[in-house]
Design a protein. Structure first.
Length: 282
């Protein structure tokens, strides 16, 4: 696999694509409680994903569906993101030399971004926007991802939906994940790696379609810096498990979070297993 030891690798892994009914779904049993854990695909090509009958039935028979963030909160979060994304002083171009800035603006314009708007952003957000636009131009969108399909099914089935965290918490995690990198370094990483995204997607997709969660987890651990891994994965996993532990023990719930959160020693599945739960891959 490609070795992209930056946050970009993590972002790409959180934006997996798949075809047909490829999915990662586990049944977690704790005494009288059943927790269905679905490794979501945040973005995919239109009509590429179809939920399996097992996943649909599991959701329909659950008391509650938990997402990382309530989908309706994400839809209205742009203004909140921009409060943190805009620079408090200076210009983004001050972070790099003129040649690098020219390359960056050329790249941004390729993805439909205005240079003057780019100047107003903090580097961490500029990187996310450029990567997201590159993914979108390759045909992968949030509308094609699994969260939208799961949310629609929950609404149509009158199943209550809840969020494991707030949009603000996600923003804090993204900012903290990049806190050890200077703005110039983040922008140079973007230039060096954004053109490789389609190749990375193909590699990850192949592994996904093989149903190999271990390989996906290994890829994440190998390609994300320790700080980013801790902020984006480990800390949030621990918070989610603590929250889910308070759910009524007699309930059947459906938990849909990014596939990158499931595997490994700090993964959601391992956390449940440490609590004495039985884990069954579906």
């Amino acid at each position: 696999m490609l070795k992209l030891k930056t946050l970009i690798a993590g972002l790409v892994l959180c934006l997996l694509s798949a075809t047909a009914q490829a999915e990662i779904l586990y049944k977690v049993t704790k005494e009288d409680q059943t927790i269905w854990v679905y490794g979501t695909l945040h973005a995919a090509k239109k009509d590429a994903i179809k939920l399996s009958e097992t996943a649909e039935n599991a959701l329909k028979n659950s008391e509650t569906v938990w997402f990382e963030v309530h989908p309706e909160k994400i839809q209205s979060a742009q203004s909140l993101f921009m409060q943190h994304a805009r620079r408090s002083e200076g210009k983004l171009s001050d972070s790099v030399d003129s040649e690098t800035w020219q390359q960056l603006t050329t790249l941004a314009e390729k993805y439909g971004m205005n240079t003057s708007a780019l100047e107003q952003l903090n580097a961490w957000f500029a990187q996310i926007v450029i990567v997201s636009q590159a993914i979108a131009q390759s045909g992968y969108t949030a509308e094609g991802g699994s969260e939208g399909k799961l949310f629609e099914l929950a609404k149509n089935s009158d199943i209550p939906v809840k969020g494991l965290e707030t949009v603000e918490r996600q923003i804090d995690a993204l900012r903290a994940a990049q806190s050890e990198s200077g703005e110039g370094e983040l922008l140079e990483q973007t230039l060096a790696e954004v053109e490789k995204i389609e190749e990375v997607f193909a590699d990850i997709q192949k592994t996904w379609l093989e149903g190999d969660l271990d390989a996906l987890t290994h890829y994440l651990n190998q390609n994300m810096p320790p700080k980013a891994l801790d902020e984006l994965i480990t800390k949030r996993n621990n918070e989610w498990i603590t929250k889910l532990a308070k759910v009524n023990e007699a309930d059947t719930v459906f938990v849909a979070v990014g596939a990158g959160h499931l595997g490994g020693q700090q993964g959601v599945l391992e956390q449940f297993e440490k609590q004495g739960a039985d884990i069954q891959k579906m």
